[in-house]
Ligand binder design. Structure first.
Ligand SMILES: Cc1cc2nc3c(=O)[nH]c(=O)nc-3n(C[C@H](O)[C@H](O)[C@H](O)COP(=O)(O)OP(=O)(O)OC[C@H]3O[C@@H](n4cnc5c(N)ncnc54)[C@H](O)[C@@H]3O)c2cc1C
Length: 384
């Protein structure tokens, strides 16, 4: 079976690695250059962890993991609101939790597939013609090729979805926020794994990477979903967070490489059916959960694992149906949880902020963490 994977992110590269395990050699096309992978941190939770174990990659991920320790939340004047400890969260997940920079994650996954299947960087698809017997793909360099199956693993603004399923806006469920994330050098080390600040409709902070740099993450209420150029992005960040003290202040004035950074609307993707004929969607292109639940990478990896396993033993029609039937309940649940977490993390009033400052440390304490995880973490998926 000849499979084209569009997108070499967590979903696409995990899918390629899993197909290779089944003796299927895919072709991957990736829009970005080899080392342009996004300068923000991502988390690996139980489902991604188990896939990484099966691919023999978990030790490589652990070796690059960011330090897990206390997280401090402050108000916008720098006064402490509450703290909790990521090690408590990791214990509740029986140790199957780590945070890693996306470029390290990408390096490990691409190392697992490079040389074993073609990866064409700086290439995308511009047309897909599914005639029932196969799909003819036309690439951005003008070449064409024919495949039995095309899988769009090309993220939130998926070109495959736009070409084969319909316009982006048709599948969008905006959550009413914008977010931005990039990597900064630190003048002084952070005194915690995470130092965050919150205010009504705002949340911003820095995650220590452990090498003198930090990964920022800013999120604020903004109903608009249009794309902005770098100058407009800077202006918005300055308007929303410009008066905040250290460590946010230095992060805001740091140089930002927008090819690596993230800046976009926080919106979920809802596609009624993830496949159409011989074209299927996987990961954020099919179901973007948003970063709010911290489960997008792991769910993408689990989806990749399941889709590869189904394709290895069934016809593409049956495999695509089983893949969706096995994954859809988890995705629906995690999308609902993401929406709920947004309300917890980004306070909507001063009163709400006070309540959250009181409730969150209790929810995340070692006495209540199992109850909280049971309600908000992804359940372990049956992979076999
Ligand atoms: C700031 C931030 C923090 C996050 N934190 C977490 C976290 O802590 N835990 C977690 O689990 N998840 C987190 N997520 C979510 C997670 O990053 C995504 O869910 C995950 O990356 C989805 O993987 P994907 O491969 O489906 O899509 P993407 O990561 O978007 O990868 C898509 C790939 O396709 C490529 N591409 C795009 N368009 C095309 C095209 N037209 N042609 C070819 N290639 C294309 C892109 O360059 C990219 O390499 C976070 C996301 C953000 C933005």
């Amino acid at each position: 079976m000849r499979i084209l994977i569009v997108g070499g992110g967590p979903a696409g590269l995990t899918f390629a690695a899993c197909l290779l395990e089944h003796g299927i050699e895919p072709v991957v096309v990736e829009k970005a250059a080899r080392d342009r992978t996004g300068g923000y941190s991502i988390g690996l939770h139980v489902n991604g962890w188990r896939v990484a174990e099966r691919l023999g990659l978990i030790e490589a991920f652990r070796a690059k993991a960011m330090p897990l320790g206390p997280a401090h939340h402050l108000d916008r004047r720098g006064r402490k609101l509450f703290s909790y400890d990521y090690r408590v969260l990791a214990n509740a997940a029986e140790g199957r939790l780590l945070a890693i920079m996306r470029n390290d994650f990408h390096e490990i996954l691409s190392g697992a597939v490079e040389g074993k299947c073609p990866i064409r960087y700086e290439t995308t698809v511009v047309a897909l013609d599914d005639d029932g017997a196969g799909v003819t793909a036309t690439f951005s360099d003008g070449s064409t090729d024919r495949f039995d199956l095309v899988v769009g693993a090309d993220g939130y603004r998926s070109a495959v979805r736009a070409l084969a399923f319909g316009p982006h806006e048709e599948f969008l469920r905006p959550l009413g926020y914008r977010a931005s994330a990039w990597r900064v050098s630190l003048a002084r080390p952070l005194d915690a794994s995470f130092v965050g600040m919150m205010d009504v409709d705002h949340q911003g902070g820095l995650y220590a990477v452990g090498d003198g740099t930090a990964a920022t993450l800013f999120c604020w209420r903004d109903e608009r979903t249009d794309r902005l150029d770098p100058d407009a992005r800077r202006a918005i960040l300055q308007k929303e967070f410009g008066q905040w003290p250290e460590p946010v202040a230095s992060a805001l004035t740091s140089a930002i490489d927008w090819d690596q950074a993230f800046f976009d609307t926080v919106s979920q993707i809802e596609v009624p059916k993830w496949s159409k004929g011989r074209i299927a969607l996987l990961g954020d292109s099919a179901w973007c959960l948003t970063f709010l639940a911290g489960q997008g990478t792991s769910t993408a990896m689990a989806g990749a694992y399941i889709l590869a396993a189904e394709l290895a033993r069934k016809s593409h029609v049956e495999a695509l149906d089983s893949y969706e039937a096995r994954l859809r309940p988890l995705v629906t649940r995690m999308q609902a949880i993401s929406r709920k977490i947004g309300g917890h993390l980004i306070p909507q009033s001063t009163f709400g902020m006070r309540v959250q400052s009181w409730i969150l440390p209790i929810m995340l304490s070692r006495w209540f963490i199992r109850l909280t995880s049971g309600r908000l973490a992804a359940p372990s998926l049956e992979l076999d």
